[in-house]
Design a binder for this molecule. Structure first.
Ligand SMILES: Cc1ncc(COP(=O)(O)O)c(C=O)c1O
Length: 434
């Protein structure tokens, strides 16, 4: 497959082999977020956003595995290095405080592992005075550790603040912060004292009233954290008003409440800045990352992290050597190939194309929005959105739903004009068909 000439090509989807794999997988897999019967064949050709499924269909993947494959398939920057790496076993070890070398010396190594990843993360968060990292396995764990360090840092932690439309993960602590869909929380015991406000200037106003020392009902000194996604993901690719972010920053500073920026979907270059919060006048105290980083990371300053031994730990904290190498190489590729400005430019181009689509299908598409390569179109109904996702798949374009009736697109950060044009044309046809 040549990325320059590859085209989506679908005969039947799911084809017979994909159906076989789906049946086999579901025999033992717990029901989860089943989206569609797309079965990537890892032994076949894949390059950039193009991949081949179990039946030989060629697909244009504009989901980047929900941002977890930020450089698409088989990016040479990553795979060439991995081929060089003489694989050892175990590659997932007890890491965070059981130091491991990845060969050579820290200054001269061919295989930059967890310590390099943490070092790089402090470099790219130094403008927020962050100098300390706890690595984990997933986004939810990164969030759990973020709220733990904030609670620990608060004298009498009783409250936490989240936003309408938020999504922060599925573990019990993280899901207590979710406000996007009721299915995430229903019947599960939750953290107490979590309050939500609208993701807008009005939300900050409400929070201001709640925290007011005379008339409010939440003592500010008992609020462990305010957590927000700098662009909401699962909640529908909502891009916040800069004034909202500015006022939130002022309020948090006034009351000395730490702000956690959950960058698990929006971070690592997705929006055209390394962190989506970099677009705004808001200084977070903690950043959570995962997905594109290939491991979970809770990043903050040493002042906020507890010093006490065993407050934080995990067998695989900083122990996933392979994923840490991938994460480090991903950050290096973003820098080397200037993918932040690339994502910004291609994102603007794509958003322009989607706005044209909105005009052409004004009866069906009610909004087009996004930041960098985190873009979405909103439909008039959920049913129509679902049909468009299916129709796009039939034509070889992988997309995902988000929010109640939006469709999200997250192409690889190095996406090319030709690929954007193919995707938009397929989407156009899919909307017409729907
Ligand atoms: C903003 C945000 N936070 C947290 C998570 C949870 O990450 P994970 O699925 O790796 O636990 C997600 C996952 O979609 C996310 O988008």
């Amino acid at each position: 497959m040549q990325r320059e000439t590859a085209e989506p090509r679908v005969e039947q989807l799911p084809g017979p082999k994909a159906s076989q794999w789906v049946d086999f997988h579901r025999q033992s897999s717990a029901p989860s977020t089943y989206v569609y019967d797309f079965v990537w064949d890892i032994t076949k050709d894949a390059e950039g956003p193009f991949c081949t499924d179990a039946d030989g269909n060629v697909l244009l993947d504009f989901t980047s595995h929900v941002a977890a494959a930020p450089l698409g398939y088989n990016n040479p920057k990553i795979v060439d290095k991995l081929h060089e790496f003489d694989i050892v076993d175990p590659l997932k070890i007890a890491g965070q405080d059981f130091y491991v070398s990845t060969g050579g010396t820290p200054d001269e190594t061919d295989v930059p592992g967890p310590a390099h990843l943490m070092d790089k993360l402090t470099e790219i968060t130094s403008h927020y005075d962050m100098d300390t990292v706890f690595l984990s396995n997933s986004g939810a764990e990164a969030v759990e550790n973020a709220i733990k360090i904030c609670y620990d840092n608060c004298e009498l932690p009783k409250y936490g603040i989240t936003f309408e439309g938020a999504f922060h993960g599925r573990t019990l602590g993280a899901l207590s912060l979710n406000r996007s869909k009721s299915v995430h929380r229903r019947k599960f015991p939750e953290l107490s004292g979590i309050h939500d406000v609208p993701y807008s200037v009005e939300g900050v106003e409400r929070l201001r009233k709640k925290l007011d020392s005379k008339h409010g009902h939440i003592p500010a000194e008992q609020v462990g954290f305010i957590i927000l996604e700098p662009v909401q993901g699962e909640g529908g690719y909502q891009v916040p008003d800069p004034q909202f972010m500015r006022e939130l920053d002022e309020l948090a500073t006034e009351h000395d409440i730490p702000v956690i920026a959950d960058e698990i979907q929006s971070g690592v270059g997705r929006t055209g800045e390394m962190w989506a919060v970099d677009h705004y006048d808001l200084d977070p105290d903690v950043i959570t990352s995962a997905k594109a980083l290939r491991v979970g990371a809770t990043i903050s300053s040493m002042d906020i992290f507890p010093e006490e031994k065993s407050r934080l730990s995990s067998t695989w904290g900083a122990g996933d050597i392979l994923s840490s190498i991938q994460g480090t190489l991903t950050l290096a590729a973003i820098e080397e190939h200037d993918l932040l400005s690339h994502a910004e430019q291609k994102g603007e181009r794509l958003l322009g194309q989607l706005r044209d689509l909105q005009e052409r299908h004004e009866d069906a598409v009610v909004d087009a929005r996004g930041l960098g390569l985190m873009v979405a179109i909103e439909f008039d109904t959920k049913e129509r959105r679902d049909v468009v996702v299916d129709e796009a798949l039939k034509r070889g374009l992988l997309t995902l739903g988000c929010g109640k009736k939006a469709l999200r697109l997250l192409p690889p950060l190095d996406v090319r004009d030709r690929e954007l044009d193919i995707a938009v044309e397929l989407l156009d046809d899919s909307i017409t068909a729907a």
